[in-house]
Design a protein around this ligand. Structure first.
Ligand code: CU
Length: 116
């Protein structure tokens, strides 16, 4: 009787030991993937395609997918850019991933990168 309980407890301990490492290993990998996807800033990246680059006005026209953080469905619209240098990194027709925020009442691209 007692030895049966000891065996059962030992089996539980072994099971717990075996299950712990994979769960622990998944957490850092998942966290790293999330932080990579969240860069830059904290806004998640949206998918888009550059329709027009207007360097004179410092604006960018994007056909973009849904942006949950801004409560936007997919659409084509004009954005300001946080840094004019962003306009040198893209051209009409480029597929991009970008982060946008509402700054001073205007929708502004705060980060942009080529889509892979
Ligand atoms: Cu929009």
């Amino acid at each position: 009787m007692n030895s049966a309980i000891v065996v059962a407890l030992a089996a539980l301990a072994v099971t717990a030991t075996l299950e712990a490492p994979p769960a622990a290993a998944q957490t850092p990998a998942g966290a790293a993937a999330q932080s990579a996807a969240a860069a830059p800033e904290t806004s998640p990246l949206a998918d888009g395609e550059v329709v027009k680059v207007d360097k004179g006005a410092g604006k960018l026209t994007l056909r973009h997918g849904p942006i949950p953080s801004l409560d936007m469905p997919k659409m084509t619209m004009v954005f300001r850019v946080k840094d004019p240098a962003m306009l040198d990194q893209v051209k009409a027709g480029d597929r991009v991933r970008f982060a946008a925020d509402k700054i001073g009442g205007q929708y502004t691209v705060v980060g942009i990168e080529p889509a892979k």
